[in-house]
Design a protein around this ligand. Structure first.
Ligand code: ADP
Ligand code: MG
Length: 255
């Protein structure tokens, strides 16, 4: 029996006012898939990623996690969650790493990583502490655990943000341009951590402009253009011989 996709999005639309930003995007991610989402600025990458866990409400479409449909009902302009408990439960399975890290500035690195499992998942403190230390070690920041975010470089902060996301034991990881806010010399350390997660078999959707990275780690590459999937396939196909002229033009400027 084939397993349901971890994530299945069908015909996702999103309109802001009279601007239709997403015009019907479908995507499936199975366990262990690493899907890179490429596209020019304004093509709808962030909006699409945010629709997956209703940080943004789609105006049309359906979303399933592990075969379970997310219940949606019409709101004023968009589809909104019909069952907040279901949404909360599903959101806990989906980790989101933002471009801007979003660490809590008044908490130490260790407290940042422990906060969710301790206060949201209500796990025992000793267990949470040990897991947080394990994760900080994994992302190479263990020695900074008692420092505050503003005492760390951007690359270090983003690695903490990844550890904080992992601390919630997500099934799926979403990354929205995780290295775009970093100085070039700090990009590699964050991509290194992400590569390790891909090697572990984590299920990841990554919006990125790091083309070499996308080519190396992805099981599938999706190129968006004006709110539609313009090209998708294996990295070999999309980077090597894309059908779409727009995709070709985009890639020729990206390397
Ligand atoms: P990308 O991440 O590919 O750069 P975005 O998803 O951020 O693209 O944006 C796609 C389009 O949607 C852009 O034209 C942007 O201006 C518009 N947009 C995004 N968020 C909003 C919003 N909250 N309100 C109005 N327009 C938005
Ligand atoms: Mg974006």
């Amino acid at each position: 029996m084939s397993k349901d996709p971890a994530l299945e999005l069908k015909d996702i639309h999103k309109t802001f006012g009279d601007h239709e930003v997403l015009k019907g995007i479908s995507l499936e991610a199975h366990d262990g898939d690493v899907i890179s989402i490429l596209g020019s600025s304004g093509s709808g990458k962030s909006t699409f990623l945010r629709c997956i866990n209703l940080l943004e409400n789609p105006t049309q479409g359906s979303i399933c996690f592990n075969g379970e449909a997310l219940q949606l009902k019409p709101g004023a302009t968009d589809l909104v969650a019909a069952d907040m408990k279901q949404l909360t439960r599903m959101r806990q399975k989906i980790g989101f790493v933002f471009q801007s890290f979003n660490l809590w500035p008044h908490m130490t690195i260790l407290q940042n990583v422990m906060e969710g499992p301790l206060h949201v998942l209500k796990r025992p403190k000793q267990e949470v502490l040990e897991y947080a230390e394990y994760l900080l070690n994994k992302v190479g920041i263990a020695d900074k655990k008692h420092m505050y975010p503003n005492q760390l470089s951007g690359g270090q902060q983003q690695r903490v943000a990844i550890a904080r996301t992992l601390a919630m034991d997500p099934q799926i990881l979403l990354f929205d341009e995780p290295t775009s806010a970093l100085d070039p010399e700090l990009v590699g350390e964050v991509l290194g951590v992400m590569r390790g997660l891909a090697d572990e078999g984590r299920t990841m959707l990554i919006v990125t402009h790091e083309m070499n990275f996308a080519r190396e780690v992805s099981s599938e590459v999706v190129f968006l253009h004006q709110g539609l999937v313009e090209e998708k396939g294996t990295p070999e196909k999309v980077f090597g011989s894309p059908d779409s002229e727009r995709c070709k033009a985009f890639l020729s400027t990206a390397f």
